[in-house]
Ligand binder design. Sequence first.
Ligand code: AMP
Ligand code: MN
Ligand code: MN
Length: 326
Amino acid sequence: MDLESSKTIKEYLHQANRVVITSHIRPDGDAVGAVLGLGTALQEAGKQVQVVLADGIPAVFRHFPGSKLVSRKVQGDYDLAVVLDCSDLQRSGGVLGDRKPEINIDHHVTNLEFGIVNLVEPEAAATCEILGEFLPRWGFTISQPAAALLLAGIVTDTIGFRTSNTRPHTLRCAADLMELGASLSEVYYHNLLRQSYEAAGLWGKGLTRLQRQDRLVYTSLSLEDKQQIGYNGNDDADLINLLSTIDDADIAIIFVELNGGIVKVSWRAQPGFDVSRIAVKFGGGGHLAAAGAQIPGTLEEVTRIVLETTAGMASEGLLNNEPDHE
Ligand code: AMP
Ligand code: MN
Ligand code: MN
């Protein structure tokens, strides 16, 4: 742990009056839980807070406490910028303009340390885990709503404590958040156990197209699929989590067509592999077991090049990773 960075962050947070907090585009539960969790804690400490996400808040997270705080653009002046759960500044979608953020807190192994002060802990299972540990140390109270937000981030990023980066510390942190009033069963219910009818329909589209090539399984979702099903999100409805349960594959990949000739690629790997290395090659990033990139091209083009590269790197052993280092 970086004690010097932690001390500087504490000073920045206490001295600031007007804070902007942001995270990555296409925000997931960890991004939304982190920005709203920190935002809530700072608001309760008397700060003026703007929580800004370039893509706004996806419908699936509108039940998060304080979700109405989220806007898409910064308004007016501010004296502190905090970026959470975001491995490179570009991925925040430009909400800060040219400004270098004072604080960067993240758990991606691919983080580019773009802040004036950086607290990057790749061993942490979620950015919300880092905040759950540090907020009390920095002298901020975690109220019940903030605890629920941070727990939601941890539970979604670990898919319910299932991912290989879940460590004893993650569970202790989750237990602390429960003691602060967060309900684990409610967080589970709302974030992992319920799906919309349209999301299930989209899974159907992807599953009928499922393919296998050696130790890879993959599928795709087109804009037309989403339109036919009436699915409004610009994500894969978490279908990748289902693909990653397939037993006789090491790596699962999903290709999701986005507007503007871009394909979002998600990789998931079994323990012993590091797919962040492929994602970085395509300008993306992530973790050993879960990584993503946005790649220009048609579904067919991107599928071909990504499969070729992934299979090539895998066969050369370039994706192997010592399980001890996970
Ligand atoms: P996803 O496949 O979008 O669920 O993302 C898996 C992991 O990779 C998450 O931790 C993401 O934050 C990260 N990730 C996804 N896309 C990108 C990207 N374009 N650049 C950097 N990191 C990414
Ligand atoms: Mn995230
Ligand atoms: Mn995360």
